[in-house]
Design a protein around this ligand. Structure first.
Ligand SMILES: Cc1cc2nc3c(=O)[nH]c(=O)nc-3n(C[C@H](O)[C@H](O)[C@H](O)COP(=O)(O)OP(=O)(O)OC[C@H]3O[C@@H](n4cnc5c(N)ncnc54)[C@H](O)[C@@H]3O)c2cc1C
Length: 388
């Protein structure tokens, strides 16, 4: 089949790879002028690991994995309050041999390298219209205005999916705000003030993370509780961060004070996408476009890859695309619904909201040195693979 994939992110590139393997003719369009390399660290395990393994790219990903041996918790004055060994956590989660800490950038680039010579990827391109009939789906590309027919169209264009808007309706119908904003940005490294690795600073309603593995540049990750203001334009992001975080102590001030004003800041709401169905006639959705799980579940990349894999396999096995769409959804939906229900319950306490809760969280991290506690916490982090 002639298949259009909208979005060259984690799900879209994985789907392009598997469709090509099965003998289809995929084409990818991506709104950005190049592969989007923004983003932070992704815990890569479970289904994501298994799909990557079947693609033969695990050695490439291993070569790029981040050397994080422990999480270091610091307080307002910069004193270390707790340490959490990754080895212990992964052992407790039973995923030690099948886990990578990856920059989102490295995962996307590796996926792109796996398809770039076999699948056309048109950058700076999106679609402005989708018109379905019994035998085809006609698409108008933007900005060119050109039209082309495909057998099916797959929206892999992330949480704010344009394909979903065109084929299923506006985002507000499917979006459930979970109460937080997330921001990710690079900052000049200040190696004299913290030790290398992954440093976390918790204050009420705010988690501030510094990924300090590059001697020149840190990657900062902030999650903070905030009313839903929708999309924050790039030029307003630094001001919002500064106003939200200025009372959050030593490390935050050091980072924000040293930040060049033109720093590119990725910022978005923490919002689940909850849809009753992921396909309509010849259009299907995968990944965040269909079921954004958010950082609270920590499985967005893995589930985007699993969904892409299941959809390609179903299109290969089923005689007809409608049956394939139904099979893909039947296989993935129960897991997504469980993960989303869990995230809804957990969201209010995702970041401790008072000084007392921050202190209790720090104590809980310290208790991870005790084996039965580690086992209990590890269970929460363990992710089963959906691939058998
Ligand atoms: C810039 C960025 C940074 C992120 N940072 C993190 C992070 O630090 N940690 C984390 O766990 N998750 C992060 N995520 C989300 C995470 O990557 C996803 O949850 C997960 O990978 C799901 O993958 P996906 O393929 O469904 O969507 P994504 O990986 O979000 O990919 C969607 C792709 O579609 C493209 N696109 C969007 N709109 C259109 C359009 N109208 N036309 C064509 N293409 C379009 C986007 O540019 C993007 O390349 C980030 C996502 C993005 C886009």
């Amino acid at each position: 089949m002639n298949i259009l994939i909208v979005g060259a992110g984690i799900g879209g590139l994985t789907l392009a790879y598997w469709l090509k393997q099965y003998g289809h003719t995929p084409t990818v369009v991506e709104k950005a002028p190049d592969i989007r390399t923004a983003g932070y660290m992704i815990d890569f395990a479970g289904s994501g690991w298994d799909v990557a393994n079947r693609m033969g790219i695990i050695p490439h990903l291993q070569a790029k994995s981040l050397p994080i041996s422990q999480l270091v918790y610091v307080d307002n004055q910069g004193h270390t309050t707790a340490r959490l060994s990754m080895e212990r956590l992964l052992q407790a989660a039973n995923t030690r041999d099948r886990y990578l800490a990856l920059n989102r950038r490295d995962l996307v680039i590796t996926l792109y390298e796996a398809i770039q010579h076999d699948v056309p990827v048109h950058f700076a391109t999106s679609i402005s219209d989708v018109c379905q009939s019994d035998s085809k789906v006609a698409v108008r590309f933007s900005p060119s205005g050109e039209e082309q027919d495909f057998d099916i169209v797959v929206g892999a264009d992330g949480i704010h999916s344009n394909v979903r808007r065109l084929a299923f309706g506006i985002e507000a119908e499917y979006a459930r705000y979970l109460g937080y904003y997330v921001a990710v940005f690079p900052a000049p490294a200040q190696p004299d003030i913290i030790e290398p690795g992954y440093v976390l600073h918790l204050t009420p309603n705010c988690q501030f993370g510094v990924l300090a593995v590059d001697p020149d540049q840190w990657l900062i990750y902030v999650v903070f509780k905030h009313d839903d203001e929708g999309h924050i334009p790039p030029e307003s992001r630094l001001a919002l961060l500064t106003s939200q975080l200025h009372q959050h102590g030593w490390l935050v001030s050091k980072v924000l004070d040293g930040l060049p004003p033109d720093t590119p800041i990725f910022m978005d709401t923490v919002t689940q996408i909850e849809m009753p169905v992921w396909s309509t006639n010849r259009v299907a959705l995968i990944g965040d476009a269909a079921h954004c799980l958010t950082l609270i579940s920590g499985q967005g990349a893995a589930m985007a890859m699993a969904g892409a894999y299941f959809l390609a396999e179903a299109l290969h096995d089923a005689a007809e695309y409608r049956t394939a769409f139904d099979r893909y959804e039947a296989r993935l939906r129960p897991h997504i619904e469980r993960a989303q229900a869990k995230a809804r319950r957990f969201a209010p306490n995702f970041i401790p909201s008072t000084d007392l809760r921050v202190a209790l969280t720090t104590w809980a991290v310290r208790l991870m040195d005790i084996a039965p506690v580690a086992k209990l916490v590890g269970k929460q982090f363990s992710v089963e693979s959906l691939l058998t």
